[in-house]
Design a protein around this ligand. Structure first.
Ligand code: 5GP
Ligand code: MN
Length: 322
């Protein structure tokens, strides 16, 4: 049982480097800081790494100022969190060699790249798996740790609204709230913070939206991003908005980066699967929310991905009540 193996590996470790994925979201940072704090409460040395900038709203999570980009020094254990393949770690672990890696993740597309792999797609968030570790390792929940972990659960469930939110998840949320975490404060920080520039860019992208064969899509070019003045670590959550289109079964947003690569963010209605498409294009994710990073240019990237998504929009279950 890999949950038990993960507990044992963590119990034996003394100096742990913990890393999460690039383009970090709330679950990435929540599980990163949560596990680091858990290990420190157990008297271990633990350092958090993320090889990317953080969106400013995630700076509200305590201890994010302790995050460095690349691990250097001597460690006896590396832990990867919420990353479905090693490329998602960027260079975080590129300069440490010969140290075993524990891979903790909830993505169905995880490539099992660790020496020990604990991959549980039934978890709503990697932060939920860290909460299970808190219990397995017998660490009491305090207000700070509860708030850190609730951030990831609330983030990956879009405010406890995704179909995988079971009564068990709600009981965990209640426990975290009883330990002092504030659900409304986290919802406010995670979902109600956008810069004016982000809203203008969002509007411009929505103005160019297209719909064909059940797939709705929008494109954000480098020029649009530069004109808006937005920094690279800004996540518009545009794909989550577009999937609200009644005529769409799948939504996708293509964002051109400064290095010419294209970030592809996909969403599917229940009964449709974008994780397999993301995987086919070198990325990963969950059936309802997935992504990939592909070499540009935009005009070459868009047609093959769109046609794969149009096929997936035909395959799924057409009637959610059927
Ligand atoms: P989002 O569209 O919100 O950026 O990401 C949706 C889901 O897909 C998240 O679980 C995220 O971790 C995953 N994802 C996004 N981009 C990539 C990627 O380039 N590679 C992999 N493996 N997963 C990705
Ligand atoms: Mn996650």
């Amino acid at each position: 049982m890999s949950r038990e193996q993960a507990r044992q590996v963590l119990e034996r470790a003394h100096r742990v480097a913990v890393a999460t994925h690039i383009t970090p979201d709330a679950d990435a940072i929540s599980s990163l800081i949560g596990l680091t704090q858990l290990l420190r409460r157990l008297g271990r040395e633990a350092e958090p790494f993320c090889d990317d900038d953080l969106p400013s709203r995630l700076r509200a999570i305590p201890h994010t100022e302790e995050i460095s980009r690349v691990a250097r020094g001597s460690f006896d254990l590396l832990v990867s969190l919420d990353a479905s393949d090693p490329a998602r770690l960027g260079q975080a672990f590129a300069e440490v060699e010969g140290v075993p890696l524990l891979n903790v993740d909830h993505h169905v597309t995880n490539t099992r790249f660790g020496a020990v792999n604990w991959v549980d797609p039934s978890a709503v968030a990697t932060a939920e798996m860290v909460l299970w570790l808190v219990d397995d390792l017998g660490v009491p929940l305090d207000r700070e740790l509860a708030s850190i972990l609730l951030a990831g659960i609330v983030g990956d469930t879009v405010g406890l609204r995704t179909p995988n939110v079971t009564p068990q998840v709600m009981r965990e949320v209640i426990r975290l709230m009883e330990a002092g975490a504030s659900l409304p404060a986290l919802v406010d920080v995670l979902f109600n913070r956008r810069s004016f520039a982000a809203i203008r860019l969002f509007g411009q992208a929505v103005a160019g939206v297209q719909l064909e064969d059940g797939v709705i899509w929008a494109v954000i070019t480098r020029e649009m991003r530069h004109a808006s003045g937005l920094g690279p670590a800004s996540d518009l959550s545009l794909s989550s908005f577009l999937i609200s289109a009644e005529e769409a079964r799948i939504a996708v947003v293509f964002t051109e980066r400064d290095d010419g690569k294209v970030e592809v963010s996909m969403r599917a209605r229940p009964g449709y699967d974008v994780a397999c498409i993301a995987l086919a294009f070198g990325g990963g994710g969950h059936p309802p929310a997935a992504g990939c990073l592909v070499p540009g240019p935009l005009e070459e990237v868009i047609p093959p991905i769109l046609s794969a998504l149009k096929a997936a929009a035909q395959d799924g279950r057409a009637d959610p009540f059927g």
